[in-house]
Design a protein around this ligand. Structure first.
Ligand code: BES
Ligand code: ZN
Ligand code: MG
Length: 498
């Protein structure tokens, strides 16, 4: 994606199909655009007079303009000025994508030159996320006269006294983050027969091409030596070998080390505690935490923040093979904690337990954040519109909430009072991997994870709801994974590096 920020007097259009985008606030007329040709201004004004263009949030109206420098005009509604947020623009841009696609637009120019400054990077985000599609498996009509095209260039036309360079940096950053988020969506959408633990590991190796970043993939043999039996127990039911993927990014000016751990269950059939077949196919998404942290590392390698980052992904498949872990099994994690496995479908916390204990012991991070599609109960509690946030540290909590607000990837704090911790005590072992059915399943899962970070400042983000399935978010097609977490974690890391 090519991004350009220019003063409105310097906007140019090339040969490709282009579209001028004019933002409209509700009841703020006449329309204001420096780039808009007078002819088109009259056309749009006529549409305003008719009541076709009102400026209501996300309203889109496309008008062809074959005789202008650009080929069409799109008005996008931004709602009431006093209610405006970046998310309004992001969603409007996402909604506009279907009109860009229908009109074969390859170059869009958003003209905000006569607006008060707004966060135009949200437009970039809305377009890049909005036009993502997972169609690599669909047969393309080879003889189609007009194969589909996408927007490849975004121009932001800003006021002549605007700080062009500052806006350019913000927009470029937005583009980097959203392209990586789309990368995470692609990993997640790819079916589990291809996106195996081995494939995830190969993807991670590709991120570590830069000198500042190393990749190490721990194999089963070493996991056995290290006593990672919680992770290995889950892997027993699958013929796919488990991988513990470790990416390490170092910066010479870093004063702290931050750890990201992502649940990488490439398919969760539930194991012997088998899931019902309705909707089981969606469990290819059970590696969305891994996708989020790995694609955040793509941003880290690109943006080079002044922190050290360690990224760890336990990658396994949870299946029902002949040697599958059996309800009642007791396993000892690498930190010595014993766990009774009463339900093999509560496997995320088992694989994370070893991954987190290992990360803490080996790297002593200043903060550890884990991201996981951990519990169905989280979808019950928060739906698809916020992730559950758990922390043992106020500062970490505030920093993640701030990052979430910055990029509109919402996190919402939930409690971990000792009463909940009681619920996961084991009968014959230190811990049990489930609490009583129907009782705060998201919280008890978080309490379980807490046992594996010692005193390390830590946050757990349960993305079971936000990783896929949300509706009415115009820039996130509900048919695909969302890439949730990439923008959140990147914003958080960048703020920590300051
Ligand atoms: N991967 C699931 C959680 C999940 C379910 C995420 C639905 C998104 C949508 C996880 O491994 C799981 O199966 N958790 C169990 C835990 C229970 C057995 C305590 C669950 O949520 O039912
Ligand atoms: Zn799972
Ligand atoms: Mg499960």
């Amino acid at each position: 994606m090519q991004i350009q920020v220019v003063k409105s007097s310097e906007v140019t259009f090339d040969d490709v199909e282009s579209c001028l985008v004019v933002p409209v606030f509700e009841r703020v007329f006449p329309l204001n655009s420096e780039v808009l040709r007078e002819q088109d201004e009259l056309t749009l004004q006529a549409l305003v007079d008719k009541g076709s263009i009102t400026g209501k949030a996300r309203e889109c109206f496309y008008v062809p303009s074959p005789n202008s420098l650009y080929h069409g005009v799109l008005s996008i509604g931004l709602g009431k000025k006093e209610d405006f947020t970046a998310e309004t623009l992001r969603r409007a841009a996402g909604k506009a994508c279907s009109l860009f696609s229908a009109n074969r637009v390859q170059h869009v120019c958003l003209d905000v030159s006569r607006q008060e400054p707004i966060s135009v990077e949200a437009f970039v985000e809305g377009v890049i996320l909005g036009q993502y599609s997972f169609d690599v498996y669909k047969r393309q009509e080879e003889d189609a006269e007009h194969p589909p095209v996408k927007v490849e260039k975004i121009t932001l036309a800003v006021a002549n006294d605007a700080d062009v360079e500052a806006i350019r940096i913000r927009c470029q950053l937005a583009a980097v983050m959203c392209l990586s988020a789309n990368g995470a969506r692609h990993l997640a959408n790819t079916a589990a027969n291809e996106m195996t633990p081995t494939a995830l590991a190969e993807f991670a190796q590709g991120i570590a091409k830069e000198a500042a970043c190393d990749c190490y993939v721990m194999e089963r043999e070493e996991m056995e030596k290290r006593g990672m039996n919680a992770l290995l127990g889950v892997a027993k039911g699958s013929s796919q070998p488990p991988k513990l993927i470790i990416l390490h990014y170092r910066h010479s000016d870093a004063s702290k080390t931050l750890a990201l751990v992502g649940k990488g269950v490439t398919f969760d059939a539930g194991g012997l505690s088998l899931k019902p077949s309705n909707g089981m196919h969606e469990m290819k998404y059970d590696m969305c935490g891994a996708a989020a942290v790995l694609c955040t590392m793509m941003n880290v390698v690109e943006l080079k923040p002044a922190v050290n980052v360690i990224c760890v992904v336990p990658a396994v498949e949870n299946k029902t093979g002949a040697d599958a872990q059996t309800p009642g099994d007791i396993v000892r994690a690498c930190n010595g904690t014993t766990i009774e496995v009463h339900n093999t479908d509560a496997e995320g916390r088992l694989v994370l337990a070893d991954a987190m204990a290992y990360t803490v012991e080996e790297y002593h991070p200043d903060v550890l954040v884990d991201v996981a599609t951990l519990t169905g109960a989280c979808v019950v509690a928060l739906g698809h519109y916020a992730a559950g946030l758990f922390t043992n540290n106020e500062d970490v909590c505030a920093a993640l909430q701030a990052a979430g607000t910055q990029c509109d990837e919402r996190v919402w704090p939930l409690p971990m009072w000792p009463d909940y911790e009681k619920l996961i005590e084991g009968e014959h072992a230190d811990l049990c991997n489930i609490g009583p059915q129907g009782e705060a399943g998201t919280i008890t899962a978080a309490c379980f994870l807490k046992k594996f970070v010692d005193d390390t400042p830590w946050a757990h983000i349960d993305i079971a709801g936000t990783a896929w399935g949300g509706k009415n978010i115009d820039y996130l097609n509900p048919k695909f994974a969302t890439g949730y977490g990439v923008r959140l974690l990147t914003h958080w890391l960048l703020a920590q590096a300051k």
